[in-house]
Each structure stands twice: as structure tokens, then as C-alpha cells.
Write a protein that binds this ligand. Sequence first.
Ligand SMILES: [Mn+2]
Length: 350
Amino acid sequence: MLTEPEPLSTDIRRTLPGVAAHLEALDEAAAVIDEADELALACHVHPDGDALGSMLAMKHLCDAHGTRAVCSWPDPFVVGPHYDFLEAAAYAVPPSEVPARPEVMLTFDLGRFSRLGNLEPTARNAATLIVLDHHPDNERFGDINLVDLGAAATAVVVRDLARALGWKLNRDSAMCLYAGLVTDTGRFRYPNTTSEVFHLAEELASFDLPIARIEWELFEKHRFAYLRLVGHVLERARLDPELGLATTWCTTGDLARFGVAFDETEGLIDVVRQAAEAEVSCVAREAAGEGTRVSLRSTGAIDVGEIARRFGGGGHWFMAGFQSDDPIDQILAEVERAVREAPPVHTADA
Ligand SMILES: [Mn+2]
């Protein structure tokens, strides 16, 4: 060996299967979009910063280019208050108002049909379905699949599509793309934070984006009620030092007691994952009528995407999640067993 092994972060880029094929797919998608009278845009249920940011960026690009587009996400048609600054309500319509048989439909940041919730039939009925995503477990269910496994965020794919379309970014779209990029890189701290990520961040920031305000809105601004909930949830957190597993949970009872909405609690995992002893962190959040959403993070030795897939979910090796209708204590026991049995990640083909 003449050189040291590449750091993990650059290895992620190498998972892109066929750069040429991907560029071809981008051109094909651009041609379809160029000819469409109207686009339907949709992201996954309980959208995060990348899902929402990618979709809204495309909406802004369409608006600027004079292409009609409706955008939405599945019920429950709400987002957490930390996305208020993206003004989704001003640009999106409830899922019931999306045309039932769209001419061209684009999906953002989801690898499986089921993540489209009550918009799944709409996507199945689309004459042409274009899938924009970066999840390793993407099922490539589109007519055109813009799936870039090397992209840190779906926002990166949207930027590439805009380039293929010959559409210039504007400040609104740059703001949304930045929200996607900063969310999916965990504020430029997850192992997918490559030099390409910083290049894109620089391009986006050049639209005079309020970087400090975006950070504040997305990650730091919380109601006092949420801080009290965090205190409660951390008090019951458990650490298994032998496994390197930190876990906690939040019930609908906790939400009611502290007066906090489910969509405000997305950042709990980012508190728990700070534990130095934790190779893997896990937060189970109960959502009224929707079972329990489980978030997983890994520092590198264990592929939590693989664990999430065992439970019917998905994600990346360092960031993943799944949904379950089982009781929380049972879910956490099963996660613990899965972590115990998980093979170590082989970084060369991660
Ligand atoms: Mn994403």
C-alpha cells in the first residue's frame, strides 16, 4: 500500500453506481420537465429539512421559470415550527389538492412508495414519475430515478437537476437547498460532510443567505416547554456502556404533559447522540395514532441503516429510522439486540 486508506467521508462518494448513467438520467428528467405543462412535487411524510427544502427549492425554481407546479406532502399536513421560516404553507397545498393523475410528478428524499403516505396512489397514477433521492435503500420505483448515493442530501440532486435544466438558482431556492444541506449533514458534522458539500454551501451562501438565522431557526430556537421536555426525556435516558448504545423515548403522554407537539421533537436525537460513550444513539417518539417513530444515529462502527431496514425502515449507515406499532419498551429491547448482533461496518464498501 502506497497510501493511507481514504477517510470514511470520501468513501461515501464511491457508492455512486455509474456516474454517466446518472448524468443521462438528469438530462432525461430535464427534457420531461421542460415539456410538462404542470408538475406535482411531493416529499415524504413528516418532512425534514432536506425533504421540505429540496421540494420547496424546486417549487421556487419552477415559479421563477414560469413552470406551473403544485407541491405537497402526505397527511398529517403539518411541519415543525423550526421550518416556519421556509414558509411552506405559502407554497404548498394539502395533499387532497394535488391532481389525482399528474402528468409529471417528482418525489423528494424518499426511497420507498410507502413514505408517500396518502399521496402514494397519486404517485402511482403519475404518467411520468421522477424520483430524486440519495438513500442507499432507494427502490428506484420511478420512471426516471435521480438517485445519487454519493449526495449528502437530496438538495444536492435538486441542484444538479437545475443545472441540467439550465435553470439559474435564485435566493429563495438557495435558502431551501441550504436548509436541506445543513439538515442532512447535521450542521456539517456528519461523516457525509465532504468538500463537495462545502462547495455547494459556498455557492448557496453567495445568495446573501442569513446563515446564522437559518441555523437558529432550524436547530437552536425552541419553546421553553420543549426545553423542559428535553430535561424529562434526558433524565430517563439509558446508556449501555458495553454496547455503546444511548437510548431514550418520548410518549404522547410526555407531549401532553409539557404542551409540546410531536413535530417539535425531531431534534431529541441530536441531544442524545452527543454522549461520548455512544456508538449508536436511539430515540423512540410516540406519535398520536401513528405508532412510534424511531431515530437512529451511528458514529461509524455500526450501520444503523441496515438495522432500520430490519424493522421495515431505512436510511444511511450513520442516520436512519423506522416506524413501529409495538410498545416502546419492546422496540428498544429489539434495537438493543440488533445493535448487539450488528456486524461492524466495512468502510471500504460502506
Ligand atoms: Mn435527505
